[in-house]
Design a binder for this molecule. Structure first.
Ligand code: C2E
Ligand code: MG
Ligand code: MG
Ligand code: MG
Length: 292
C-alpha cells in the first residue's frame, strides 16, 4: 500500500513537473511570437502631487493578454524572459514604446512629465545598455529628461563599481534615475550617497500597513526624511486609501502612486485622464471663447 502510494506520489510529481515544463515551453514560444508581432501593450499609472490631482509622472507597466491563456502577469513574463534571454528584446520594445507614446502625448500638449520604465538588472548589467538608451531617445525624439529609469538595488550585486559607472554615464545623457521597491533589498544604505540618482520609490509593502503598524509608519517616515536630507525626491507606491494618503502627506512625501488615485491605464484611458486634468485650454475651447 505504502509502495503504491509512493508510486502514485511520484507519478503525480512527475506529471506536475512535466506540466510545468511544458507550460513554460509554451509560454516561451508564445512570448517569442508576441515579441515579433507586437502582442504586448503598455499601461501607464499616474503619479500625483500632494494635492492629489496634478500629474507629476507616470510609470509604464507591461501588459500581455494572451488570446487563450488570458492575462499573464508582468512578473511571470519577466521571469521567463530572463531565463530564455528574450528579456533584451522585450525591454527594448518596452522602452521604445513608452518613449514613443509619451512623446506623442507631449506633442498633443497633454503631458509634460517624465515616463518611468522598469529596467531589469540583467539588462542594466549587460554591455551597451547606455547605447540602447541613447538609441531609443534618438529614434523617438523624446528629450532625455522625460525618460526615467526605474532600477532596483539588485543592480549593485556583482560588479558594483561598474554599475555606478553606468549610472554616471546615464546621468550624463540626461535621463532620470529612480530606485524602485526601496527598502526591500539587502544592500547597505551607504550606497545611496554614492549613486547619482534623482528619486526613491518606497515599496508598497511598507505603505500597506502604514496605518495599522507603527513600525511600518516609522520606517516610512524615516525613509522620507532621509531621502529629503539627501536632496532626492520620494514617491510612495501602492497608496490605496485616503488615510494612507493623509499620513504620507503629513509626512511630507513628494509624490504618490496607487489605486487610490488611478489604476494603470491603457493609452486611450490615459489620454482621457489627462484631458480631464488639463490646465491649458485646448485649441478648440479657446476658439469657442473667441466666438462668444
Ligand atoms: P513595480 O515596478 O514595483 O510596479 C508597481 C506594481 O504595483 C505594478 O504591478 C502596479 O500595477 C502595482 N500597483 C500600483 N498601485 C497599486 C496599489 O495601489 N495596490 C497594489 N496592490 N498594487 C499596485 P504590475 O503591473 O503587476 O507589475 C509588477 C512588477 O513587474 C513591477 O513592479 C515591475 O517590477 C515588473 N514590471 C512591470 N512591467 C515591467 C516592464 O515593462 N519591464 C520590466 N523589466 N519589469 C516590469
Ligand atoms: Mg517600477
Ligand atoms: Mg515598485
Ligand atoms: Mg515591484
Amino acid at each position: 500500500e505504502a509502495k503504491k502510494r509512493g508510486r502514485n506520489n511520484y507519478q503525480r510529481y512527475t506529471k506536475d513537473l512535466n506540466q510545468k515544463v511544458s507550460e513554460r515551453v509554451t509560454l516561451r514560444n508564445e512570448l517569442q511570437k508576441a515579441i515579433e508581432s507586437g502582442g504586448f501593450e503598455l499601461y501607464f499609472q499616474p503619479q500625483v502631487d500632494a494635492g492629489g490631482q496634478k500629474v507629476v509622472g507616470m510609470e509604464a507597466l507591461l501588459r500581455w493578454h494572451h488570446c487563450e491563456m488570458g492575462f499573464i502577469s508582468p512578473s511571470r513574463i519577466i521571469s521567463i524572459a530572463e531565463d530564455t534571454g528574450q528579456i533584451f528584446a522585450l525591454n527594448r520594445w518596452v522602452m521604445e514604446t513608452a518613449c514613443r507614446q509619451i512623446k506623442s502625448l507631449q506633442d498633443q500638449g497633454l503631458v509634460n512629465t517624465p515616463v518611468a520604465v522598469n529596467i531589469s538588472p540583467l539588462q542594466f548589467q549587460r554591455g551597451h545598455f547606455v547605447d540602447l538608451v541613447r538609441e531609443v531617445l534618438d529614434r523617438t525624439q523624446l528629450e532625455a529628461r522625460f525618460l526615467e529609469l526605474e532600477l532596483t538595488e539588485t543592480i549593485l550585486l556583482g560588479n558594483a563599481e561598474r554599475a555606478v559607472q553606468t549610472l554616471h554615464e546615464l546621468k550624463k545623457i540626461g535621463v532620470r534615475l529612480a530606485i524602485d521597491d526601496f527598502g526591500t533589498g539587502f544592500s547597505s544604505l551607504s550606497y545611496l550617497k554614492r549613486l547619482p540618482i534623482d528619486k526613491i520609490k518606497i515599496d508598497r509593502t511598507f505603505i500597506k500597513e502604514i496605518i495599522s503598524d507603527q513600525h511600518d509608519a516609522a520606517i516610512t517616515q524615516g525613509i522620507i526624511s532621509m531621502v529629503h536630507h539627501l536632496n532626492l525626491e520620494v514617491v510612495a507606491e501602492g497608496v490605496e486609501t485616503e488615510p494612507q494618503f493623509a499620513f504620507l502627506r503629513k509626512s511630507q512625501c513628494d509624490a504618490y502612486q496607487g489605486y487610490y488615485f488611478s489604476r494603470p491605464l491603457a493609452l486611450e484611458q490615459l489620454r482621457d485622464y489627462l484631458q480631464q486634468r488639463r490646465e491649458i485650454p485646448s485649441a478648440r475651447s479657446s476658439r469657442c471663447d473667441d466666438e462668444e
